[in-house]
Design a protein around this ligand. Structure first.
Ligand code: SAM
Length: 373
């Protein structure tokens, strides 16, 4: 693996795969790039070579899990009048920071709400689906959680915002996506190439696809594959389908499925890659375990599981200001459980091998693993 430095940007990239560095830095043949804007350093490995962004000194942020600080924040949030205020505050912060970063949040939302997206609901919704209890909690400052048109209409702007927050120095959303989504795809590709025993990727499942942003990134990266986006929210899926119908047609159109990620009813061993991105921080531990087990059932031998989400070890997340972590915790009811879940151990217990974790951007880790061949 080679490390290159971009002095102007104070940027360093690790090279360990087969693509090129987007900053045009020197590269070795058959070497790829993880792109970074912040200072990076080698991080501890959990099985195999690993690279990443700067880690904090702790296992997880002090404001998460069962620390006194975390309990104090939880107690504050559980006080209803304060919770309502925080919820409102969190929403204001989200919208105003997005719009400051040129993400036209309100305009994007209006465009969806004024469209005929509603007509797609009947085709997509499985009316017999029973939602898990945890999914019916209010979160992300929406009383109906993900089960509303407003949440669905705002989801893409919220996703863009998350990407911009992860790379605050990026000059555009595209540049931030090249890092956040680019490094995530690179981690999947490198893992699959190294461990699957086959380079052919025929079927990909994106569990918790929301309005299809991650699904479209996967479909663009692997145009020959059949890609399925699966989600519990029929509102989000309708928006995903609506956006896809408005874009240029693909050789392999994306399929959308309304189902529980932990019980998909899809055939066993029918996918080469199962991706679960930014879903687990919204789930209690029990759901995380069941989602991982279902992914194991769905993958073919040699298939790759890829999970990306907040990294407990991220220095930036560990050093988040009290205002920001309190606002965040007020809209994410399962954040403490997520931070306390040993994800790598859960993945190994489900039967996966080659479990690897890297920080693919300053805030997020990507965990990849293989179903034994
Ligand atoms: C933050 S969004 C995911 C974003 C998307 N994957 C991306 O990378 O842009 C989380 C999604 O997970 C979905 N979700 C949560 N629990 C789920 C479950 N058990 N099964 C399927 N989808 C689930 C939610 O409905 C929501 O759309």
């Amino acid at each position: 693996m080679a490390l290159c430095t971009h002095p102007k940007l104070e940027t360093r990239c690790f090279h360990g795969g087969h693509n090129s560095c987007i900053f045009g830095a020197s590269r070795r043949r058959n070497m790829g790039a993880f792109v970074s804007f912040s200072r990076v350093k080698m991080a501890a490995s959990s099985g195999g070579e690993m690279m990443g962004y700067e880690e904090g000194a702790l296992e997880r942020p002090k404001w998460s899990g069962e620390t006194p600080l975390s309990r104090l924040v939880r107690a504050l949030i559980s006080f209803k009048p304060l919770y309502s205020l925080l919820k409102l505050g969190a929403r204001q912060v989200l919208i105003s920071t997005a719009e400051k970063k040129n993400i036209p949040w309100r305009e994007m939302t209006k465009e969806i709400l004024d469209s005929d997206v509603y007509k797609l609901m009947d085709d997509i919704q499985d009316t017999s689906l029973v939602y898990p209890d945890y999914y019916l909690n209010p979160f992300h400052a929406y009383d109906e959680g993900n089960l509303s048109w407003l949440a669905a209409a705002e989801a893409e702007a919220a996703t863009m915002s998350m990407v911009r927050r992860a790379i605050p120095d990026a000059s555009s959303l595209d540049e931030a996506n090249q890092i956040v989504r680019g490094n995530w795809l690179q981690a999947i590709d490198q893992h699959h190439t190294m461990y699957s025993g086959s380079t052919t990727i025929k079927d990909i499942l994106d569990i918790g696809c929301s309005v299809g942003v991650s699904t479209r990134f996967l479909a663009d990266k692997y145009p020959s594959a059949r890609v399925t986006g699966l989600d519990l929210s029929p509102y989000f899926l309708a928006v995903a389908k609506f956006k896809e119908l408005k874009s240029s047609p693909r050789k392999n159109p994306i399929s959308w499925k309304h189902a529980k990620g932990e019980d998909t009813s899809l055939p066993s061993q029918s996918f080469d890659i199962v991706s679960i991105s930014y879903v687990f921080h919204e789930c209690p531990t029990k759901a995380i375990i069941n989602l991982v087990k279902e992914a194991f059932r769905l993958l073919r031998p040699g298939g790759t599981l890829a999970i990306t989400d907040n990294s407990p070890k991220s220095k930036i997340l560990q050093e988040l200001s009290p205002v920001l972590f309190t606002l965040m915790k007020s809209t994410e009811p399962f954040l403490d459980e997520y931070y306390l879940t040993d994800l790598e151990a859960t993945i190994k217990e489900a039967g996966f091998v080659n479990v690897q974790t890297i920080l693919t951007d300053p805030r997020h880790r990507t965990v990849t693993a293989t179903v034994p061949r």
